[in-house]
Unconditional design. Structure first.
Length: 365
């Protein structure tokens, strides 16, 4: 049985090579070939002894998830659909901007947290993605975008903010993060890699201790009663505990603030009073707010807050001295906007009546 080398970070790859009687520097060479140069053919790794290349061809592979579809939005946003087997596919979005290129990466096939305004959550949950399936999204996107290892980065920022809750797939997400940060792989700054969580408090503490990167928290409500409805994990880890975890995280974080993501739902969480409650809630947490206009999806009971109301909400926060941005809606013509990622998820645990689209059908489109 062969081993997929994309499942290993540097330490794991060195351990694997040691088991084969090979020196650690050989593992680092292969790591660079795989990730910096996007190479999957052992024969092309020309500075590695032919005998080792032949051995690797017998015992190992380099296999990212296959691209099922690649769609380009009118605004330049690009959405990839990846086959992860078992009738499941996950989505990855590349967002180009003047000063950066951000890749939004999925960590699970579906999501079990069931946030009421999120299309992904409505698809149900099947399984965690492997390391190869997580880092493989970045690997494939770099190739598809024509990244030149010797040139300027096309993907400069990565956010684990696609399908799934990264902290519910902690070990695999952190191994992928280490590859993103590794100078022999992608060499990204900790400040340019962000994990977005709905608030798994104990695991936030683990991330702080094991692999601190920038942190975004899907907040979406300023009080427990409303957040219990919108973000059900709040019933287990209420806002008081979440705010304390954010403060602890900042002790080791590469940035000196937490980004609070806040989707704007018309008549639900967007009043002046909600804004003032937010200020009171986050008073002791260095933060900035990212207001997200709601992106509708079929069957959703919510509507997008009108632009004048979003501006008024933002003004209240900014007048209190809190940095506040309103996310520009990108890629909604290809269902690539925030909250719209759904992929295709074969749900074996919940919502048995969900529609399942076979991967082969998706390939034929």
């Amino acid at each position: 049985m062969t081993v997929n080398l994309l499942d290993f970070d540097a330490a794991g790859l060195e351990a694997f090579f040691a088991e084969q009687g090979e020196k650690a520097f050989r593992a680092r060479q292969v790591l660079r070939w795989m990730h910096r140069f996007g190479q999957s053919d052992f024969d092309a790794m020309t500075d590695i002894a032919k005998s080792l290349r032949e051995k690797l061809k017998r015992i190992a592979t380099i296999v990212p998830p296959a691209i099922v579809s690649d769609r380009l939005s009118d605004d330049g946003t690009r959405k990839f659909l990846f086959d992860v087997g078992g009738g499941n596919a996950v989505e990855t979005v590349f967002i180009p901007e003047d000063d950066r290129g951000t890749l939004c990466v999925s960590t699970q096939a579906g999501c079990a947290l069931d946030c009421s305004f999120c299309s992904t959550g409505k698809q149900g949950f099947n399984r965690n993605l492997t390391v190869a399936e997580i880092i493989g999204q970045l690997w494939q996107a770099n190739r598809a975008l024509g990244a030149d290892p010797a040139g300027e980065r096309i993907i400069s920022n990565v956010v684990l903010m696609g399908m799934g809750e990264p902290l519910a797939n902690f070990e695999n997400s952190v191994t992928a993060l280490r590859l993103m940060l590794d100078d022999n792989a992608y060499g990204l700054s900790r400040r340019r890699v962000t994990v977005s969580t709905s608030g798994l408090v104990p695991v936030m503490d683990r991330l702080r201790d094991e692999c601190p990167v920038a942190l975004a928290v899907s907040l979406h409500a300023p009080n427990d009663a409303l957040r219990d409805e919108l973000v059900p994990i709040n019933r287990k880890y209420p806002l008081r505990e979440l705010m304390a975890a954010c403060q602890r995280y900042l002790e080791k974080a590469p940035r000196d603030f937490v980004t609070f993501e806040y989707v704007m739902l018309d008549g639900v969480n967007d009043s002046d009073d909600h804004a003032r409650q937010l200020l009171a809630l986050t008073h002791d947490v260095p933060c900035k707010f990212n207001l997200i206009p709601f992106n509708p999806f079929p069957g959703s009971p919510y509507r997008r807050t009108p632009s004048p109301r979003i501006r008024r909400f933002a003004e209240i926060l900014m007048n209190a001295g809190v940095v506040t941005t309103t996310r520009k809606t990108r890629g909604d013509d290809i269902d690539a906007a925030c909250g719209q990622l759904a992929g295709q998820v074969r749900d074996k645990t919940r919502r048995a009546s969900n529609r399942v689209i076979d991967i082969h059908e998706a390939r034929s489109r």
